[in-house]
Design a protein around this ligand. Sequence first.
Ligand SMILES: [Fe+2]
Length: 158
Amino acid sequence: MPTSSPLHPAFGPSSPAVLASRLAREGDWCAMVEHVPGERRFSRIDVDGAEAWVISWAPGTGLGLHDHGGAAGALVVVQGSLVEQWRTRRAPENLRTNWLTTGSVVAFDGDHVHEVTNRDTQPAVSIHVYAPSLERMTFFADDPRDDHEVRYSPARVG
Ligand SMILES: [Fe+2]
């Protein structure tokens, strides 16, 4: 289940949400931002025990409906705003929307399926953490019965 800030008390000190929030506070991501018109750019953050990325979203960019291969994860918006549409693998008909602004935190378990887009006119930046590291992702068409699996690649991270 995704949650918005403040962090759910059940998250332990090493959970993806806690790590993503710490990375957001530390600010190293500022030097990794790449705003390129019409593109979504990403840089890996070197952290122990998890996989973390800074993603720069130009207006109108996004990543279609996907899961994270069973990994849990979290994202924190550190600049601008993003829209997350999400559901679970168990209930594909129940698509919900999170309107995320700077400071919003979303944490999710391995059942989470989402699409993230920048619908604003300004660029956005988010920090994403996955645990365990991403090994594969499945991308879904609008029809939940029509899905295809891709091996994880940095081109798809999100
Ligand atoms: Fe994702």
